[in-house]
Design a protein around this ligand. Structure first.
Ligand SMILES: [Fe+2]
Length: 436
């Protein structure tokens, strides 16, 4: 074990090793009674205490169940994949086996299944109590990896996603029906193998982001990731009808950049608007190349893309009301990142209709993860709902689930669920409603 641990293995990024089940959790404030379900979040938690990169640790899910104003339980569980069972396996060799997943990036639900995701392998199904059921390949139909950022269409209920590979096909599109059947797979032609972390959908299109984070195994020794920044690869957005194929993709060149996460995309006439957290260089240190909110507008008539910076703060983990995925949004919620690491010091609510924002500062010694928007089932406005996030309190050495009013972040925490264990910093999560 190196003496100088990298950021992702120390402080509140350090893994936790005990799998805990605790019930009847202590709550400060009042949990909205309409919040009935589970707040689940995934993140890397290397079982050996070591991984060569933040992105490569074994996945651990943390969850809190809320019901009728009470916090019933907290649990944390490893996702038990063949890679977990083969501790110390070479991460490059693991890429060759669709089941050797770290399963550490996101957790979603669709068609009655809860799926832990990581972008180079199959999804893994979990029970609502976070026990691993096993890999899910859509009844034998999925034979590529699945991105950690699929999109559920709020209008059709379809799950749209892709998989990328280091060998051809480099990019494959998949469309799953609302009932969970994989109904379409299409190979998409791109010039080479790149790390494609996320994509976009609108009512009629999917939009690919083919960006110059190029696969290069030689780079593993330098950066811990088999990726190099190669602007000579170029950068392009590809617009494809949702039920279309490779021949239908229209590509638009853009300036080289990297986007881990778009906030959302939507159509306005023949234009497509995409709001993204854009980095100038994927491999540069985060403080040198912070992700900031930008807007791309693709004009399908003129064949052009305009790029406009919307904000100059370091922000990531963008989320919105999921009922507007692919449709016009007004609000976006992001983590305002610290200079010391990819952790939230604040949450920012962007009002994109008024070019304004509202900020909730977590305060000294408090560090947050991605905040997830949960719509109020009785609400009508886009921002009627709550933001839920795991927050670490350094002085106490413990973690909390914090519930904020998404309509008015200035109210601070409406409720705080005090957890009996430390929840390390992680990646993405979802609210899994009571009847999913
Ligand atoms: Fe992500």
């Amino acid at each position: 074990m190196p003496e100088n641990l990298p950021f992702y293995l120390k402080d509140n990024f350090a893994p936790t090793f005990e799998e805990v089940t605790a019930t009847e959790l202590k709550v400060t404030g009042e949990i909205p009674r309409a919040l009935n379900g589970r707040m689940l979040r995934n993140g890397p938690n290397p079982q050996t205490g070591w991984s060569s990169h933040w992105f490569l640790g074994d996945g651990m899910i943390h969850g809190v169940e809320l019901e009728d104003g009470k916090a019933n339980w907290y649990r944390n569980r490893y996702v038990r994949t063949p890679l977990f069972a083969d501790s110390g396996a070479d991460p490059i060799e693991a890429i060759m086996d669709l089941q050797k997943s770290a399963a550490n990036t996101h957790i979603i639900h669709h068609a009655g299944k809860i799926l832990a995701l990581e972008e180079a392998h199959l999804p893994f199904a979990l029970t609502p109590e976070l026990e691993t059921e096993g890999p899910w390949d859509f009844a034998g139909k999925l034979n590529t990896p699945m991105t950690a950022h699929p999109k559920t269409c709020p209008e059709t209920g379809e799950l749209l996603f892709f998989g990328y590979g280091i060998f051809p096909p480099y990019l494959t599109y998949h469309r799953v029906s609302a009932s969970g059947e994989l109904v379409q797979s299409e190979e998409i032609t791109v010039p080479g193998a790149t790390m494609i972390h996320d994509f976009n959908i609108t009512r009629n299109y999917v939009i690919w982001m083919d960006l110059p984070a190029v696969w290069d195994v030689e780079n593993m020794a330098d950066s811990g990731l088999p990726i190099k920044w190669d602007p000579s690869y170029g950068a392009r957005l590809g617009v494809m009808p949702r039920e279309g194929c490779d021949a239908d993709v229209v590509w638009y060149e853009i300036d080289p950049c990297y986007v881990f996460h778009p906030l959302n995309a939507y159509e306005e006439g023949n234009q497509i608007v995409i709001d993204v957290c854009r980095k100038a260089n994927v491999m540069a240190a985060r403080v040198e190349s912070p992700a900031m909110l930008y807007r791309w507008v693709i004009d399908q008539d003129k064949g052009t893309v305009t790029e406009t910076q919307l904000d100059d703060r370091s922000t990531e983990f963008p989320r919105l009301n999921d009922s507007l995925v692919g449709l016009k949004h007004r609000y976006g919620y992001v983590a305002g990142l610290s200079d010391v690491g990819p952790l939230a010091e604040r949450y920012i609510k962007f009002d994109l209709a008024n070019d304004s924002s509202q900020v909730f500062e977590l305060g000294a010694g408090r560090e947050g993860s991605e905040a997830v928007f949960v719509a109020d089932p009785d609400g009508s406005a886009e921002d009627d709902g709550w933001l839920l996030s795991y927050v670490f309190d350094k002085a106490a050495g413990t973690s909390e689930l914090v519930i904020m009013d998404a309509a008015d972040l200035s109210r601070g925490a409406l409720a705080t669920v005090h957890l009996p264990a430390r929840v390390p910093m992680g990646f993405h999560g979802s609210w899994i409603p009571e009847n999913y």
